[in-house]
Design a binder for this molecule. Sequence first.
Ligand code: MG
Ligand code: ZN
Length: 363
Amino acid sequence: MKKIVRTLFVCATALLAVSCSNEPKVKNIIFLIGDGMGLAQVSGVSLINNWEPLAMERAEYIGLQKSYSANNRVTDSAASGTALATGHKTYNSAIGVDVDKNPVPSTRELAQAAGYATGVVATYSVTNATPASFVAHEETRYAEDNIALDYLEADIDLFIGGGTRFFMERRDGRNLAEELKAKGFTVATDMAELDGVTEGKVAALLAPNAMPTIGQGRSKDYLPGATAKALEILSNNSKKGFFVMIEGSQIDGGGHDNNMVKIYEETVDFDNAVKVAFDFADTHPGTLVVVTADHETGGLSLVSGKTDFTLPEQGVKYEFGTTGHSATWLPIYAYGEGAEEFSGVMENTDIAKKMQKLLGLVE
Ligand code: MG
Ligand code: ZN
C-alpha cells in the first residue's frame, strides 16, 4: 500500500513537473527592428561616438541572421518583415502572406489569441511594410488603404506611428479613426494626448505617412517615449504578458539617401528605445528583448580617408555601394529571459519561430 501511494505521489509530481515545464518561461517579448540597420550602420555610430558604448552593446547574446527572401537574395522590408513576424520566407512586397499568397499568422496574432496584450510602434506609417507584417495580410505592401482596414479588423491593443492618410483621408471616404473609437480605442493624433492613458486600446496616428526624421525635427523623446508608453499600457492590459514590435523605421531612408548623418541620427534614436527596453527587462523578470534589422540599406562601408561628413570626424570615409538594400548578414542583440536562444547563425524566420516557442504559442 505504502509503495502504491508513493508511486502515485511520484506520478503526480512528474505530471506536475510536465505541466510546469509547459509553462512558458518568457512573459513579455519586446522585438526591436532597425529598418536598414546593418553592422556597418551600428559600427559607424559607435566610431562617430568615439566608441562610447551603445545600449545595444549591453546585449547578453549576439547572433547573425540571413535576410534573403523567397524570390530574391536581396529582400525588401515586406518579405523580411513577414519572415520576422510569421516565420515564413515569402516574395518581396508580400505582407503576412506566404509564397502562394495565403495568409500566415504572425507571432503577434498568435500571442493575442493566447491572451497576451500586443502592439506595434513605428517612426513611419503603421501601414508601412515592417509594422504591417505583424498586423495585416495583403498580397502587396502598396495596398496601404487595405492595410489600414486590416488594422481596424485586427485584434490588437495598441499601435503608434504615422498614417492618418490611410485612416482618415481614404479613397473610399471612410474615417477609420471614428470606427476605431466606436470599437473602444482611444485615438490620439499627438503623443501628449496619451499622457494620462495607462491602459486600454490605443491608436496614435501622428503624421500623414512617415513621421518627420530627426533631421526634420522629430522629437528625440518620441521613440523612447512611445516605447515606454507602449510597455506601460501593454503591461496593464494583460496579466499574462505582452508582445510588442518597435521599429526604428527611418535608418533605412538614410541608407537609400546615402546620407550618413541621417543614418547616425536615426540609429542613435533607435538605440535610445533599445535602452528603454533593456531597462524594462532589468526590472520585469521574464522579459526578453531582441534587437535586429530587416536588411541592410546602402551597402555602407567604413574606410580610411577624409570626408565632408559634418559630424565629429576621425578620418573615416563613409562609402555606399548602392542606393538600395544589400544582402549582408545582420546582427541580433538579445537580452533577458531566453536571450541565449538567439546566439549563433540563423535564418530571419528562425527568430519568429523561437519567439513563438518561448511564448508557448507553438510546440
Ligand atoms: Mg520599415
Ligand atoms: Zn528600404
